[in-house]
Design a protein around this ligand. Structure first.
Ligand code: UDP
Length: 453
């Protein structure tokens, strides 16, 4: 019976993981499940703060709870190696305790019946196993990344990289046809600043795949048409994408408060005129590059909506020549899925995080890709080379994307009828997956059946 299903959902502590898992949670609730959503204490506080101190939204049946990540209050959570080592050491026992506590309440009639772990928190499957609870994983990145991580032992065996994930060969490789070419120098862990962090993340990713194999139920925010090659390499994956927000609970799980004033501003712009510029939750800018971006947007002479987060570590200074007032709107955090659905949007200058990629593709918005790190080069290769729904930027001799390059690429993209046509076609194809008889809907129904078995 639907009402007896109580699912615990465990996201990796980053915005690009909390969001899709929260959207999935609301979908589970719509299908009759109760959901307990476990953030780290640190992020739980941010989420509650962004909701003006509320711990839930009226009508949402997702219960927000938290456990510590094991770091002290002053320790740096941007140090990813420190964070994952601490989580792996400390969180499993706290998660087990939390589940035991929930299961002993109300005479056991509220017991957790299954756990859905972010693949990057797949140690949670061991906890589930210890407690005799069934577990699934959800992949918030592309299937291509999981295929890559699943093939780490083969890449080592083939002499492409060493056991710590450092490149041995040069050049690119392709795991299967229809998949992007991956540069050996651009593995997801290779962007981190020091060798210890790179090595730690490489080993952690290899372990998360091993834990993930504790279950056969792998959900993913992708579709069959987007990633046929990767899905054939990882037949376990059940694509259920695009995972869309549920509009009334959109803001639950956001680390920053959304600035809704941009929607009114968009209403006043002509159709298909606005350049939307957003780089997700982690990207940082070098001050010179930030300045060029501001001047490049100005130079396009088009309306733009630009998300500039006010993180403590972002010291972005607008150049004196920059005047945003007539053409542009800057916000600290946008309701992104609503923005990309808006008819005034013409294109998306994006870092190409997988959620932003899915947000743009499922709304038929063409991209200008500006990758920052991790999986974003691979997402860019999908966008520009495989699906052909966007263009990349070229850096100048100083390694900067200049204001003129920004203006040139915006004009080139908006004049390219092939890319615009492919974007619209891709939207229809991707969205058909979540129609009532669509393939992702059927896969989600299979998952619901699995939850009830
Ligand atoms: N997002 C948002 N408002 C913004 C920018 C981003 O709501 O102004 C959301 C976006 O819809 C996505 C997440 O934040 O769900 C960013 O995830 P993504 O994988 O694109 O990038 P990451 O932050 O992980 O680099």
């Amino acid at each position: 019976m639907g009402l007896n299903k109580h699912v615990l959902v465990l996201p990796f502590p980053a915005q690009g993981h909390v969001n899709p898992l929260m959207h999935l949670s609301h979908k589970l609730v719509q299908h009759g499940c109760k959901v307990t959503f476990v953030n780290t204490e640190f992020n739980h506080k941010r989420v509650v703060h962004a909701m003006n101190g509320k711990v839930s939204l009226e009508g949402s049946k997702v219960e927000l709870v938290s456990i510590p990540d094991g770091l002290g209050p002053e320790e740096d959570r941007n140090d990813l190696a420190g964070l994952i080592l601490s989580m792996e050491r400390n969180m499993p026992s706290d998660l087990e305790r939390l589940i035991r506590d929930i299961n002993s309440m109300d005479g056991g009639c509220n017991r957790i019946t299954s756990i859905v772990c972010d693949t990057y928190m797949a140690w949670g499957l061991e906890v589930a196993q210890n407690l005799g609870i069934k577990g699934a994983i959800i992949i918030p990145s592309s299937a291509a990344i999981i295929a890559l991580e699943d093939n780490i032992p083969k890449l080592i065996q083939d002499g492409i990289m060493d056991g710590d994930g450092f490149p041995i060969k040069k050049g690119k490789f392709q795991l299967s046809p229809n998949m992007p070419n991956v540069s050996i120098a651009h593995m997801p862990w290779s962007y981190f600043p020091d060798e210890f962090t790179q090595k730690t993340i490489h080993h952690y990713l290899a372990k998360t795949i091993q834990w993930s194999h504790l279950t056969d139920c792998w959900l993913s925010n992708t579709t069959e048409e987007l990633e046929p090659g990767a899905l054939s390499l990882c037949p376990k994956i059940l694509p259920i994408g695009p995972i869309k927000e549920s509009p009334e609970f959109r803001s639950l799980g956001q680390f920053w408060q959304e600035d809704l004033s941009c929607l009114n501003w968009l209403n006043q712009q002509p159709p298909c005129s606005v350049v939307y510029v957003a780089f997700g939750s982690i990207t940082m800018f070098d001050p010179n590059q930030f300045k060029e971006l501001a001047l490049g947007l100005q130079l396009t002479n088009r309306p733009f909506l630009w998300v500039v987060r006010d993180d403590y570590s972002n010291n972005n200074l607008y150049p004196d020549e920059f005047q945003c007032t007539n053409k542009g709107k800057i916000v600290k955090w946008a309701p992104q899925q609503m923005v990309l659905k808006h008819p005034a949007i013409a294109c998306f200058i994006s870092h190409g995080g997988w959620n932003s990629t899915m947000d743009g593709v499922s709304n038929g918005v063409p991209f200008l890709c500006w990758p920052y790190f991790a999986d974003q080069e691979i997402d860019k290769a999908y966008i520009c080379e495989v699906w052909k729904v966007g263009l990349g930027f070229d850096k100048d001799e100083k390694g900067i994307i200049s204001r003129w390059e920004i203006k040139k690429k915006v004009e080139e993209l908006l004049g390219d009828e092939d890319i615009k046509g492919s974007s619209k076609k891709m939207k229809d194809m991707v969205m058909s997956n979540i129609a009532s008889d669509g393939k992702s809907t059927q896969n989600f129904n299979k998952f619901m059946k699995w939850l009830g078995e």
